[in-house]
Design a protein around this ligand. Sequence first.
Ligand code: 5GP
Ligand code: ZN
Length: 118
Amino acid sequence: MKDCLFCRIIRGEIPSQKVYEDDEILAFHDVNPARPVHFLIVPKEHIASLADVNMSHQDVLGRMLVKANELALGQGLSEGFRAVINTGRIGGQEVYHLHVHILGGPEPVGPMLTRLAS
Ligand code: 5GP
Ligand code: ZN
């Protein structure tokens, strides 16, 4: 998609620090890391969000998750990591090109979300 930020990164119009690339997916470091290791895995096909997927996307979605552990290990995350897919307004998505965040480092990444007061 012409003006999509991550499509522009995929086309090489905006530089990124690549972690991995094949014909279907690209992984690159987040420009504003939330943990010592923070990279994103994106499909090369423009899919706006997880709310826009259908069964035609199952292969590329599977590839993104299957690659996640291998790429995390390559970044030194042998003791684990967190994978996050923010989706839509409620999910806090900022860039509308589907991406999986992979987050980790030497220390635990912390609680998933703060629980609402009951
Ligand atoms: P979201 O909130 O949509 O799940 O996450 C978008 C992520 O993209 C954020 O963590 C943000 O730091 C990252 N990001 C935004 N612009 C750029 C960019 O130009 N390059 C890279 N590498 N990451 C970006
Ligand atoms: Zn895109």
